[in-house]
Design a protein around this ligand. Structure first.
Ligand code: IDP
Ligand code: MG
Length: 140
């Protein structure tokens, strides 16, 4: 089943100059960018994006780091894209991420873990609409 998912190359990865390496991993895994933009999120935009985490103790630090510099926000399309991207990313904590994953290679800490990826069809739908309201959230 061809799906779409939202990915973010977070500010820590942009600062490390690994945008190109991360996009190459998506393409090599059959996750094809169909929309992409580079932007610096305001704190309010980061808070809206991560609203699901607003009661978490790390919410302030998370939204501060997401608004600390430019990110690259992408819609990826491919077979089972949501799950495929989660597997490619690895665990949230880079120390626990499986070898060969993006977070194992490029993440420094749980706060600076290089990438975001939608975790379900419902969150993919919300997240794609949040950043790309002009784009359909489901593949055609
Ligand atoms: P995910 O990005 O793997 O889906 P989530 O649980 O959705 O992980 O958390 C969103 C983001 O919040 C993570 O990518 C990470 O940057 C940050 N985060 C999650 N848990 C913690 C924590 O315990 N301390 C600090 N930051 C955290
Ligand atoms: Mg998540």
């Amino acid at each position: 089943m061809v799906e779409r998912t939202l990915a973010i190359i977070k500010p820590d990865a942009v600062k490390k100059r690994v945008i190109g390496k991360i996009i190459q991993r998506y393409e090599d895994a059959g996750l094809i960018p169909i929309a992409m933009k580079m932007m610096r999120m305001s704190k309010a935009v980061a808070e809206g994006f991560y609203a699901v985490h607003q009661e978490r103790p790390f919410f302030h630090d998370l939204t501060t780091s997401m608004s600390s510099g430019p990110s690259v926000v992408l819609v990826l399309e491919g077979e089972h894209a949501i799950r495929a991207n989660r597997e490619l990313m690895g665990a949230t904590d880079p120390q626990k991420a499986e070898p060969g994953t993006i977070r194992a290679a490029h993440g420094a800490s749980i706060e600076a873990n290089a990438v975001h990826g939608s975790d379900s069809p419902e969150t993919a739908d919300f997240e794609i609409r949040y950043f790309f309201p002009e784009i359909e959230s489901t593949a055609r």
